[in-house]
Design a protein around this ligand. Structure first.
Ligand SMILES: *Cc1c(COP(=O)(O)O)cnc(C)c1O
Length: 462
């Protein structure tokens, strides 16, 4: 039974009362219509003011979900929820010039004929990975599906993988599901903590399409564990004449342990040297580029992957390809053979994600001191704290990066309210609550954002 005989307000009346919504008008109209339709079909019809308030709140929440910059005070450098790695300014310049003009995406200016898509990028990417060849698809998940689909297409459906590597990597990415989606049949070997080379060897049959090794991206296994090395698996796969692929995930191409006091992440070049046929990794984790799935390895396999009809469904657009191209070139420009005896410590330093990783504690502390001085007079206790940053995005799970935080304790505002008020700013400021403080980790906040952070804190407490 209807709660009352109230009339449903008209769309026009609601829109007039809403005023400027910040949404494109058709989007606001659609939202109002759908809300009113739900009232019409529902049991309870609210009064005009209640309906208006409910609609306004939905409009605000839709409006807030528009993709825009946020300030990342979490200390997690490659934060998947916050867009992973920020791009280098040179990369953004490329995006502007390629995006606003026509480009030679598939056009050979030398011959005036159709050209190969991303030939330049693939050439330099292979060089960076020290592989015979390389190519790019949408993301690392897509790269894996493509690789699996290709190798099982010869009528051998089984993919051998250790039970210790049947992992989930954040946001619903599960290796077993990916295998299934590609049509491959899982041939699990070993146990959760121990897998031997013999386990792999025993599993190889006429049904075997390939051996897959997956990097333990987001968790660490210690204690009574064992697994064969990449070299051992490579040698087994050569002997058995089956392809061997390693999913590396993060794809740092620099020595992470030289940039900061963190564990060393294996580079694609290293993995290639250990004898894999193909390696795949993400473009937007430790590489610091746009979202992409990079595949590097034997020229023969790369060429075959590119001929797969499915490759077409996974190919990247000009923006991604040109952004990745500039990213790769920046690395190559910096990795010019170091002068003898003088290792270039700052390799990769122009990539924002790696700059953040390498920023010294002293530098962060100096910034924290300045910010705290600028917060003087506010009703809160502000102090310098310690942070445990991370690389994130499923990389270096054991490596906490020592960091410096600005810790806030408001006098008359709950920490969760402070956090939410800062999140709801035009430029949202994202921090976290720990040890009865609201913390902002300065490692992932650009120095150019310090002033805005201070302004935001002043505004929400003023
Ligand atoms: C992150 C990750 C993936 C998924 O990469 P996307 O580029 O996000 O698709 C796959 N494998 C491993 C080991 C990873 O760490």
């Amino acid at each position: 039974m209807k709660q009352s005989l109230r009339a449903i307000p008209s769309v026009g009346k609601i829109l007039d009362a809403l005023g400027e919504t910040g949404l494109p008008r058709p989007a606001a109209v659609a939202l109002v219509r759908s809300k009113l339709a739900s009232y019409r079909s529902g049991r309870a019809i609210p009064g005009f003011d209640d309906a208006l308030a409910a609609i306004r709140s939905e409009i605000v929440s839709l409006s807030r979900s528009r993709i825009r910059p946020v300030i990342n005070g979490t200390g997690i450098i490659s934060h998947t929820n916050l867009g992973r790695s920020p791009l280098a300014s040179e990369v953004v310049e490329t995006l502007c010039s390629v995006g606003t003009n026509y480009s030679n995406l598939e056009y050979d200016v030398s011959s005036g004929e159709r050209g190969a898509r991303a030939a330049y990028l693939e050439h330099n990417l292979a060089l960076l990975c020290q592989a015979e060849a390389a190519t790019v698809v949408n993301n690392c998940a897509a790269a894996l599906v493509l690789i699996l689909k290709h190798y099982i297409s010869g009528g051998r459906p089984e993919v051998i993988i250790s039970r210790s590597e049947l992992i989930q990597i954040g946001g619903g990415f599960r290796i077993p599901d990916i295998l299934e989606a590609s049509g491959a049949r899982l041939r699990e070997v070993g146990t959760t903590n121990k897998t031997s080379l013999a386990d792999y060897a025993k599993a190889v049959t006429k049904q075997t399409a390939m051996i897959l090794k997956v990097h333990h991206s987001n968790f660490f296994m210690g204690g009574f564990v064992e697994s064969p090395t990449t070299e051992e698996l490579a040698s087994l796969s050569r002997k058995k004449r089956i392809p061997f692929v390693e999913d590396l995930g993060s794809g740092a191409v620099v020595e992470t342990d030289e940039i900061a006091d963190v564990e060393r992440e294996p580079t694609p070049a290293e993995i290639m040297k250990r004898g894999v046929d193909l390696v795949c990794f993400s473009g937007d984790k430790l590489l610091g580029g746009p979202q992409a799935g990079i595949i590097a390895g034997k020229a023969k396999w790369i060429a075959r992957l590119k001929r797969e009809p499915f490759f077409r469904a996974l190919r990247c657009d000009k923006l991604i390809l040109s952004a990745l191209q500039t990213t790769v070139d920046l690395y190559l420009a910096q990795s010019e053979p170091a002068v003898e005896g003088k290792a270039d410590q700052k390799r990769g330093a122009t990539m924002p994600a790696l700059t953040m990783l390498g920023t010294s504690q002293d530098e962060l502390r100096a910034r924290a001191e300045r910010m705290i001085a600028d917060l003087d007079g506010l009703p809160l206790k502000a102090s310098i704290g310690t942070g445990k940053g991370e690389i994130g995005g499923g990389t270096l799970p054991r490596s906490k990066i020592a960091s410096v935080t600005v810790d806030l304790l408001p006098r008359s505002l709950a920490l969760s309210d402070l956090a939410s008020r800062l999140r709801l700013r035009e430029i949202p400021v994202i921090g976290y609550i720990s040890g009865n403080r609201f913390k902002l980790d300065l490692r992932t906040i650009f120095q150019r954002q310090d002033e805005e952070v201070v302004r935001a804190i002043r505004a929400v407490l003023g």
